[in-house]
Design a protein around this ligand. Sequence first.
Ligand code: GLN
Length: 209
Amino acid sequence: MKIGVLALQGDVREHLRALAICDAAAQPVRRPGELDDVDALVIPGGESTTISKLSVEFGLLEPIRKRIGDGMPVYGSCAGMIMLAAEVLDGRPDQQSFGGIDMTVRRNAFGRQVDSFEADLTLAGVPGQPFHAVFIRAPWVERIGPGVEVLGRVPVAGSVPDGADGRIVAVRQGNLLATAFHPELAGDLRVHRRFVELVRDAQTRVAEG
Ligand code: GLN
């Protein structure tokens, strides 16, 4: 099982390192041929407008859309979450996403005062102590379709901790996983482990036909 990390821009090395610690064979993906070689993909945090632009230039936009359509497991953190959204608000007019998750995300949603912040979140499917999440000019999810499972929320002013009125910052739809925060920067690898498990499950299902 090989997991690729989309290596056009962003914190590629941190994801490669996190996956290696989770005992997953991880390699950078920059070309369509390298995409063909992997079973799953991680889209790093960085700048979604740049990742969008470079994925068009490197001929990866359509091939990644096709692989997602064929069921390839993908995990996107922050800018990677934006790339997995069916709809992006406050993007550049020409910004493209791969799509795959039936959701609307808003870029840089938390606003200037809280450009970057950290929060302890309860994440569905990640047992144990709360997850210490690092947010950097993060998006949030404003709309989800019926097939999307909410895995975590961040409380906003006036909301109850872990209450249903917090902003959605972690979701899953089938083989696609996305977080508005950066577990690759926090030293807690439970989200990466969860993704590796999801990839293994997807492969077992394919093998069993
Ligand atoms: N604000 C960035 C974007 O729009 C995402 C920031 C991040 O990945 N840390 O892509």
